[in-house]
Design a protein around this ligand. Sequence first.
Ligand SMILES: [Zn+2]
Length: 145
Amino acid sequence: MKSPLAETLGGLRVCGPWPAIAGGGDAVMKLKSIAGIRTIDTRTVRPPAKAADPELLSPEHRRWAADVKKRAGYQCQAVVDGRRCEVRAPARLFADHIIERKDGGPAFDVENGQCLCGSHHTKKTAAARGARLSGRGGRGFKSPS
Ligand SMILES: [Zn+2]
């Protein structure tokens, strides 16, 4: 049995309580028929397209990152509650700028580098960004927790 609403929409099936009443098989058919509906981007301002920072692709950066990870023994250098994080290669590791480049930290100085696991890198980056946005600056933040 067709509902009057479905007819007014030109055959577009509409979800409602009636498929359960009409029968289970019919409900599955209705879900399949609406699966092809396209999504609409309603954002008025779109974020800039994601592009890798060209500096991060440079040979200098690759060498710096390799040196930072090697110096750390390929283990995350985050210290939490007095204990060093135990994540190590082959887990994915990140060479992190202790003072971020955005905050004026030297890009290719191994002294400004630390090896972090994905979790600690994300936490540190978010904390540095928060400090920058709140006007406290990203300088001096070293140990992620
Ligand atoms: Zn870690």
